[in-house]
Design a protein around this ligand. Structure first.
Ligand SMILES: Cc1ncc(COP(=O)(O)O)c(C=O)c1O
Length: 381
């Protein structure tokens, strides 16, 4: 597969992961639906033996994502983001310690806590925006889990400082880069060991796929993660991976539009009488603004707002017509959800917090729907 180190990231999303340029060959990689592959004599030493170990449809996606994250090696596709998280956590030795943001994606925290409950490892939950607190928890840690901005509180960590401190303490650093995508941040550049994606979200981008991925430049880590994937066996389906590569082709345009829409909506939401607080790192008075500006190439497409009460938040989700009331994020369509509706959400997330995943629709249509729904929700007690 061609390396494109010289290309800009938005070009890479289009150019990476193409089949070799040969006469009559397709410009897009085909979906290979085969569970097994011809054997040759003598054996070649390739892992193209059985489709749980490797699959030709994974290769172009893994190649493209690896290049986008600036990795020296292709990514690894997993059946879901949480499947990728389980593989990443498996790098913690038995009896080891994981430091994780208390407001990281709820599934990742629940998974770490479930591992703790069965005695596999111990978990230290931290306020990831509080650098001093995180530093104080790194002694004896085996892994620092970073998610920045966090889901759904949108707290921003000092990622490079924490990564250096974790390494000095002997801990590996895993970064969930789902919210940012490699177009907004490349954690390997500041020294992270493993990058995680819920590909389900922005990378695939159309809310029609569940998929995950891990990226690393370390051959030893990649080999351990590959063994985990092969042995645990919950692998990605070829069709899902093919759809994800198709989605990746438009990532730059989708991110540009979604972020522009989000910034415009965040500014307007700040002025709305029914909104008590807007969390969006793109707003100059957001606590994470300075760090986000220094560390990221954009502020993302997710906004969290707090209304006057849980009832008002529920009423907002009921009242929207264009926005879709659903969980998840990062698709072309705008989604709205009161996060505490999810049973696993920590109680430190306010009951009246509503997460907005801003899509690529016309911003005026999004605003008029939201504005009307907010005004009607404000009358709910
Ligand atoms: C930040 C983040 N990481 C990981 C996941 C888990 O990904 P998946 O749903 O693909 O398993 C999610 C899902 O919402 C997420 O938002």
């Amino acid at each position: 597969m061609t390396q494109h180190a010289d290309l800009a990231p938005d070009t890479l999303t289009v150019a990476a992961g193409r089949p070799p340029r040969e006469h009559d060959s397709p410009v897009n990689p085909p979906i290979v639906l085969s569970s097994t592959f011809h054997e040759t004599a003598p054996p070649t030493g390739s892992d193209r033996i059985y489709a749980r170990m490797s699959n030709p449809t994974w290769d172009p996606f893994e190649e493209a994502l690896g290049q986008l994250e600036g990795a020296a090696l292709p990514a690894l596709a997993f059946a879901s983001g949480l499947g990728a998280a389980a593989a990443a956590l498996s790098l913690v030795p038995t009896g080891g310690v994981v430091v994780i943001p208390r407001h990281a994606y709820g599934g990742s925290v629940s998974l770490a806590l479930a591992e703790e409950a069965r005695g596999r490892l111990s978990v230290r939950q931290v306020d990831i925006a509080d650098t001093e607190q995180v530093l104080s928890q790194l002694d004896g840690a085996d892994m620092l889990w970073l998610e920045s901005p966090t889901n759904p509180m949108l707290e921003v960590a000092e990622t490079a400082v924490l990564t250096d401190a974790a390494h000095a303490a002997g801990a590996a650093v895993v970064v969930d880069n789902t919210f940012n995508t490699p177009l907004v941040c490349r954690p390997l550049d500041y020294g992270a060991d493993v990058v995680l994606h819920s590909v389900t979200k922005y990378l695939a981008g159309h809310s029609d796929v569940v998929l995950g991925a891990l990226v690393t430049s370390d051959p030893e880590l990649r080999s351990q993660l590959t063994s985990y994937r092969t042995l645990h066996g919950a692998i990605a389906g070829p069709f899902e991976v093919w759809l994800a590569l198709r989605g990746l082709r438009t990532l730059a345009l989708r991110m540009e539009r979604s972020q522009a829409n989000a910034l415009e909506l965040a500014v307007r939401l700040e002025q709305h009488a029914a909104v008590q607080r807007v969390r969006y790192p793109g707003l100059p008075n957001d606590p994470g603004h300075e760090r986000a500006t220094a560390q990221l190439k954009g502020y993302g497409g997710i906004i969290s707002i707090e209304l006057g009460s849980r009832e008002a938040a529920d009423a907002l989700v009921e009242a929207v017509r264009l926005w879709l009331p659903a969980t998840s994020l990062g698709g072309v369509e705008s989604l709205v959800e009161r996060r505490r509706r999810q049973p696993g959400e920590p109680t430190t997330v306010p009951e009246a917090l509503v997460r907005l995943s801003v899509g690529i629709e016309n911003v005026e249509d999004l605003w008029s729907d939201l504005n009307a729904a907010l005004s009607s929700a404000a009358n709910t007690r």
